[in-house]
Design a protein around this ligand. Structure first.
Ligand SMILES: Nc1ncnc2c1ncn2[C@@H]1O[C@H](COP(=O)(O)OP(=O)(O)OP(=O)(O)O)[C@@H](O)[C@H]1O
Ligand SMILES: [Mg+2]
Length: 303
């Protein structure tokens, strides 16, 4: 495990930011940390990178206790809100960050070109940052976090300012980093995006973890199937009972049937055909992270 925490708790005065957080992130994973506004996502990331101290509990990152400076050198961090010096160019900014990271002077130039190319800003090395759009600044922030080739990358909402193409670009970038062995801790509200890249996730609500696991574990369970028919048909109750199905919607040429899991779909199709209907199509409505999020995050806070 590259990150492991035990009962990590943070109080800001008497305000609870994180409540007994226990989580583990395996090396090489893209880990998605989800939760509504104010739930405690940034608080956890700040404790993991050593920017704030926990009130109680313990944790290890890269095999070292929280706040350890030798581990910090092996991490990259894109904070949620950042503002770079507008009078600098990216080349100057990255040279400054490279020096802070203790990189050799001869490494900084090539590393700058490499990360700026990866985030699609290779032509802007000498443009003043004050002339950058919000999305360009966010890409620059990602380049900064990647500069020293960290083993572990913390990205707090890395695509909040990006357009759909930019988001796709960052998604590909993250998958490329993962392929090279980088572990990524990703805070995000963009559930469909997390679903596309993350191996495992945790959901935090009001300072506490309310769900965690691999995506495949969390998204298995009851499923719904939409069946398109050549002519109006309503299946007999015994047919559905035989496959533990429930009729959720019935239109003349379309049925929506709930099943205990996806394994039951072939038996359902066979039973319907056996009963004499002609099927034009079957579509599985997948559980997705949005369903999980809405089911696990308390509604009273937002309702
Ligand atoms: N410096 C601080 N002082 C006091 N309270 C704080 C401080 N930072 C965060 N909090 C509180 O801790 C809770 C968790 O905040 P945090 O920033 O971790 O949430 P978040 O999940 O990152 O939210 P968002 O999605 O809006 O970024 C919130 O109730 C917030 O008001
Ligand atoms: Mg936050």
């Amino acid at each position: 495990m590259i990150i492991h925490t035990e009962d990590l708790t943070k109080y800001y005065g008497c305000k609870l930011g994180n409540d007994r957080i226990c989580l583990s992130v395996p090396e090489g994973h893209i880990f998605g940390f989800l939760g509504p506004n104010g739930a405690g996502k940034s608080t956890l990331v700040k404790m993991l990178v050593g920017l704030i101290h926990p009130t109680s509990g313990a944790g290890e990152v890269l095999g070292r206790p929280l706040g350890d400076t030798s581990a910090r050198k092996r991490m990259g961090f894109l904070p949620e809100t950042f503002r770079y010096q507008g009078w600098l160019t990216p080349a100057e900014l990255l040279a400054y960050h490279g020096r802070l990271l203790g990189m050799e002077a001869s490494q900084i130039g090539p590393a700058t070109i490499d990360v700026m190319t990866q985030v699609g800003l290779a032509d802007e090395l000498r443009t003043k940052i004050r002339n950058f759009s919000k999305g360009m600044q966010q890409r620059l922030g990602i380049a900064c976090a990647m500069l020293s080739g960290p083993e572990l990358l913390f990205l707090d909402e890395p695509t909040s300012a990006l357009d759909p193409l930019g988001r796709r670009h960052v998604r590909e970038l993250l998958l490329g980093l993962k392929a090279k062995g980088t572990t990524i801790f990703l805070n995000s509200h963009l559930l469909s995006e997390v679903e596309l890249v993350c191996d495992s996730v945790a959901v935090i609500d009001r300072a506490r973890i309310v769900a965690s696991g691999s995506l495949s574990e969390l998204l298995t369970g009851p499923c719904e199937v939409e069946v398109f028919l050549a002519e109006p048909f309503r299946p007999a109750e015994e047919t559905l009972a035989g496959v533990r199905g429930t009729l959720l919607e019935s239109a003349p040429e379309r049925l929506v049937i709930g099943l205990p899991d996806a394994e039951a779909i072939p038996a359902l199709v066979a039973a319907l055909v056996h009963e004499g209907t002609r099927i034009l199509g079957v579509e599985r409505r997948k559980r997705n992270l949005e369903t999980l999020f809405i089911e696990t995050v308390s509604e009273e806070q937002h309702g």
